[in-house]
Design a binder for this molecule. Structure first.
Ligand SMILES: [Zn+2]
Length: 563
């Protein structure tokens, strides 16, 4: 009996080893052609999901498996984990992905544009509606394709004092539905200004930014005239939605350099400071709100209730004509706390929300990534009302100006809701005008307004009514310059100095809203740029040549010596 069992064990192991070898061959073959491949890992194989998430680009749970993407380096590291897995081939290769070769062929929004047609449509928006639309070049991809954004407002050539909203889609190049939906939404907004009340109200009250295609090299990996060979990663086979700084795992949680697409978006966010945004994906139908890096039992955002409220409004706006299964494939409610679905480190949502004081939700708009073009009109029908209503959240909350009580000069100040804010959920006013906007639910709040060199002002009893915007202007009085100035915000030290391997950047009080440090050499050339993680941030200087360097945060600069 024992012998028979042993025989079967041997047979089974040989068979398993053989099939794993075939799998590895298939995966490697796909990587050699496409730079990336998809694998399925059985859930019961996974002993440490976070370790796996750090090793490969985890996508979604699929039945009893997890779907993951791997480039060559990720796959080599993955194999070292010794996990059973299979090769995943999408079954939708035969799907109709009809291309529009001319702008006229996009008239019915039931095709995917070629790269050239996309470029023309974006230019056309700005040309046809010059008083309410401007075309921004956010940056360039690795292969020199344009990363474009539309700025839609009553004064698109200026930063005006109205809330800023951003939709950005398809940073995973093979997640196509949002790409065409964003073009169509832009068209709807622009062509309905002065005609449709909702479109008019949005443009009159909000600065809307729309970036339909964040990863053009991924979408057009098969060339500019087709999306049939679109890929998740960028041209360097990097997952852009794992490439951002993480509140926990530091500046480079994926151990990769920031990609040009990532840097372009960081600069875009830095110059625009969006209040509300969405990062649009597909592969599932669900809304995923911050944080991605925590289970809700570990940490929730201070505005969790606000996130849940706007998510449920989005779901409620889906018409009953949509299939009953629509937006039900992950959770019945149609929305989830990100980390409770699965944890992501280096995603843009947590970057935007934590480091940039924004409120970003990840929208997963269609279960099928390479959505059949015949479905595009249906998806617009299902999602139009929801996509519009999410922008309308900018017409609710608290806003005002923060100025110097003696000079009336604008002040960049922190707006902190007592007994509510924490973990960077506060917002800041603009230094150029003192304007601030704080999305928040109905309620009665105590709010602190503080700025360096000014006496903090606490205003109790601010009643926010969600029917519209509540206005609260604030004047701050200068503080006498005394000893307490030494402990000002944004004041930092570094040690050890001179240093060799790691130096610590440590704030005396707090970083005062600053999230980035810069290291320049004695010629003034930027050598390192990194994210401020906490009150104390470790900086690796082991790769620097010996010499004198300058580290800066905001306007403060400290000289240090690398030994
Ligand atoms: Zn995605």
């Amino acid at each position: 009996m024992k012998r028979i069992i042993l025989f079967f064990i041997v047979i089974f192991s040989v068979h398993f080893a053989y099939s794993q070898e075939t799998v590895i061959e298939k995966v490697r073959n796909d990587i050699s052609i496409w730079g990336e491949a998809k694998i399925l890992i059985p859930k019961d194989e996974i002993y440490d999901l976070n370790l796996l998430a750090h090793t490969i680009s985890l996508d979604y749970p699929k039945g009893n498996n997890w779907l993951g993407y791997v480039n060559e380096k990720q796959y080599n590291n993955f194999l070292a984990l010794n996990l059973k897995h299979s090769f995943f081939e999408e079954q939708n290769n035969s799907k109709a992905l009809t291309m529009a070769l001319t702008m006229a062929q996009m008239n019915d929004w039931n095709r995917y544009p070629t790269y050239e047609v996309y470029d023309s449509i974006m230019r056309r928006f700005a040309q046809a509606y010059p008083s309410i639309c401007k075309l921004d070049t956010i940056g360039f991809s690795n292969n020199n394709r344009l990363i474009l954004g539309l700025r839609i407002s009553t004064n698109p050539y200026q930063d005006i004092d109205k809330p800023k909203f951003c939709y950005s889609s398809t940073m995973h190049g093979d997640e196509l539905a949002g790409y065409v939906l964003m073009l169509r939404l832009s068209d709807w907004l622009l062509s309905n200004y002065g005609i449709n009340q909702r479109a008019t109200d949005i443009i009159n009250n909000t600065q809307v930014f729309i970036n339909p295609l964040a990863n053009p090299d991924g979408t057009y990996a098969g060339g500019n005239s087709t999306v049939s060979y679109s890929r998740r990663y960028n041209a360097n086979y990097i997952d852009l939605n794992r490439n951002f700084p993480c509140p926990i795992n530091g500046s480079h949680p994926d151990s990769e350099q920031w990609q040009v697409e990532t840097l372009a978006f960081m600069d875009y966010v830095d110059s625009n400071e969006f209040s509300i945004s969405a990062n649009i994906h597909s592969g599932a139908e669900v809304l995923n709100y911050p944080y991605d890096f925590y289970y809700s039992t570990e940490k929730i955002h201070s505005d969790s209730e606000w996130f849940i409220d706007v998510c449920s409004s989005f779901i409620d706006s889906i018409p009953s004509s949509a299939p009953s299964t629509f937006f039900r494939d992950v959770v019945h409610a149609g929305y989830t706390h990100g980390g409770d679905w699965y944890k992501v480190s280096g995603g843009r949502q947590d970057y935007h929300t934590y480091f940039k004081y924004g409120r970003e939700i990840t929208f997963e708009l269609s279960s099928i990534k390479l959505l059949n073009t015949e479905e595009l009109n249906n998806y617009w029908g299902y999602l139009k009302g929801s996509l519009i209503s999410y922008i309308e959240n900018c017409q609710k909350g608290l806003e005002g100006y923060i100025r110097d009580s003696a000079t009336n000069e604008p002040i960049r100040a922190k707006v902190w809701v007592e007994n509510h804010d924490g973990f960077n959920s506060e917002v800041y006013s603009k230094s150029s005008t003192g304007y601030y906007y704080r999305p928040i639910l109905n309620g009665n709040y105590i709010i602190n307004f503080s700025a360096e060199g000014y006496i903090t002002k606490t205003i109790p009893n601010i009643q926010v009514n969600n029917g519209g915007i509540t206005i609260q202007d604030v004047f701050l009085a200068k503080r006498d310059i005394g000893l307490e100035e030494i402990e000002a915000e944004n004041e930092f030290n570094i040690y050890p100095n001179p240093g060799k391997e790691i130096i610590k950047l440590s704030f005396v009080k707090s970083s005062g809203g600053k999230t980035t440090y810069f290291i320049k050499n004695s010629l003034g050339i930027e050598i390192i740029r990194g994210s401020i993680i906490d009150k104390t941030t470790n900086i690796d200087i082991s790769n620097l040549n010996r010499g004198v360097y300058f580290i800066s945060v905001g306007t403060r600069v400290i000289k240090f010596i690398k030994e």
